[in-house]
Design a protein around this ligand. Structure first.
Ligand code: PEP
Length: 252
């Protein structure tokens, strides 16, 4: 069943993008009708651009908008943070939580990621929860153990196929140009699927599992064709409309 899930192609712009980037986003909207037969499209720009991008996308409805992080609380004295409710108010329909850069740069634990996923649901957003191992953990053959424990700790109870997406992003592949082999991806995604379905039953069977880490037009077709790969979370290659759309066009 999982191989029939509609793919999600999600772009994580990270700390990139100014108002001048609207033209690139407009190019994505213009090209989206050519690929929406194959995949759902989501762009997660920096928070400063969410409202403008959402307003621009509202006419076509072919590209959804997401945030890159949220605070667990809906409001309060948390300088510099942004709540899930604020993201929803700005026009987002999803939020990435637990990205490895947040886990590393801001010391985010599985427990905090889980609270953020719950906050996303409270605000009506889909939570895209990122997991993945470091190079050292991979070298020590701990990949599946790390994924198991991150899934256990970061995913709240009651997750459903409609409100949770898992993104498997090996940290050593992010922004490096390196990618796991298709065989490795197949093994790890199958393990994630088994873990999700054991815990969430039919809902876990229907959850989308994205592949991430240096996905680009030259490798997308192979990676997106792997069993239990239900789309991709894309960093660098999502900044260019032509690359982002080319990846979506490679969905099976
Ligand atoms: C990411 O950080 O989510 C990511 C996948 O980055 P890149 O595609 O640039 O490796």
């Amino acid at each position: 069943m999982s191989s029939t899930l509609r793919p999600l192609i999600a772009g994580n712009w990270k700390m990139n993008g100014l108002r001048a980037s609207m033209s690139e986003f407009e190019a994505m909207i213009a090209g989206a009708p050519g690929v929406t037969g194959k995949a759902d499209l989501l762009v997660c720009p920096p928070a400063t651009l969410i409202a403008a991008f959402a307003a621009k996308a509202s006419g076509s409805k072919s590209v959804a908008i997401g945030g890159q992080d949220c605070h667990p609380k809906p409001s309060g004295a948390h300088t510099g943070d942004i709540s899930a409710e604020m993201l929803a108010d700005a026009g987002a329909s999803a939020v990435i939580v637990g990205h490895s850069e947040r886990r590393a740069d801001h010391g985010e634990s599985d427990h905090l990621v889980r609270q953020k996923a719950e906050a996303a649901w409270r605000a009506g957003l889909t939570a895209i929860v990122c997991i993945g191992e470091t190079q050292t953990q991979r070298d020590a053959a701990q990949t599946l153990d790390i994924c198991r424990s991150q899934l256990q700790g970061s995913l709240p109870e009651g997750a459903r196929a409609g409100n949770l997406v898992v993104a498997y992003e090996p940290i050593w592949a992010i922004g490096t140009g390196l990618t796991p082999t298709a065989k490795d991806v197949e093994q790890i995604h199958q393990f994630i699927r088994q873990t999700l379905s054991a815990r969430f039953k039919d809902e876990g069977v229907g959850m989308r599992i994205l592949d991430g880490g240096s996905v680009k037009p030259s490798n997308a077709r192979e990676l997106l064709g792997v069993a239990n790969v239900n789309g991709a979370l894309i960093g660098g290659a999502s900044l260019k409309a032509s690359d982002f759309l080319a990846i979506a066009a490679d969905c099976p």
